[in-house]
Design a protein around this ligand. Sequence first.
Ligand SMILES: Nc1ncnc2c1ncn2[C@@H]1O[C@H](COP(=O)(O)OP(=O)(O)OP(=O)(O)O)[C@@H](O)[C@H]1O
Ligand SMILES: [Mg+2]
Length: 244
Amino acid sequence: MGQTVLRGEQIYSGYGKLQVINGIDIYIDEGELVTIIGPNGSGKSTLIRTMIGLVELFNGHVYIRGKEVSGMKPHEIIEAGIPLGYVPQLANVFPSLTIEENLKMGLFVKKWDEYYQQRTEEMFKLFPILEERIKQKASLLSGGERQMLALARALMPSPEVLILDEPTAALAPNLAEDMLQLVVSLKKELNISILLVEQRAKRSMELSDRGYVLVTGEIAAEGPANELLAEDRIRKLYLGVRDR
Ligand SMILES: Nc1ncnc2c1ncn2[C@@H]1O[C@H](COP(=O)(O)OP(=O)(O)OP(=O)(O)O)[C@@H](O)[C@H]1O
Ligand SMILES: [Mg+2]
């Protein structure tokens, strides 16, 4: 594996007086697909949102591509030229804007007119549906199509690191599998590193290089995905497997 693109060291974070993340160490190496699983409310979203400055860091350090970003606000991270893409839990598109306008929003820090043509052509290859409907309002898209638009928007500035918070939430099972396959192909074709939070624990672990199990704001298990998948205790407790 290459160098570490994202690292959190002894992260403590939360909301006001409520501490949610209790001392977590996490890293993603170049070219890796890393999945975080864990029960509802265990702090998965809080952890990734802390690393990109959306939740207050109480203590600890965050590095993106070796540069310390601890305590920086998201716009400061972007302004520092750090190539990061983030798709929040529950597809976040601007419903009253068209597909085209939503994609341009993804480039808001770069001069979009220079990049737009080239980047949208790339996005249309990945998501043909967006090209067909480019002039339509995003509110007319289905849940799955909105998720694709949110993903395409995050990819517009060519990020090297992509953080996805439950991209399959609210998708029918066959679409969820398509989305996970797409995530794997993004990693391969665009050569980006991906941090994925997933409720579909077993399936996403099968597709990942490494994984973390988060329980009440702490890492309960971590390691190569195939090792986590092989461990009985983890299969039963966190991967929803009942067959052994
Ligand atoms: N904005 C907020 N203000 C206060 N508490 C919050 C806020 N967001 C989340 N929490 C609390 O932090 C804890 C962790 O929530 P978080 O959303 O990180 O969990 P999660 O693992 O992502 O859960 P899920 O699988 O349901 O998405 C929960 O107890 C939640 O109530
Ligand atoms: Mg969450």
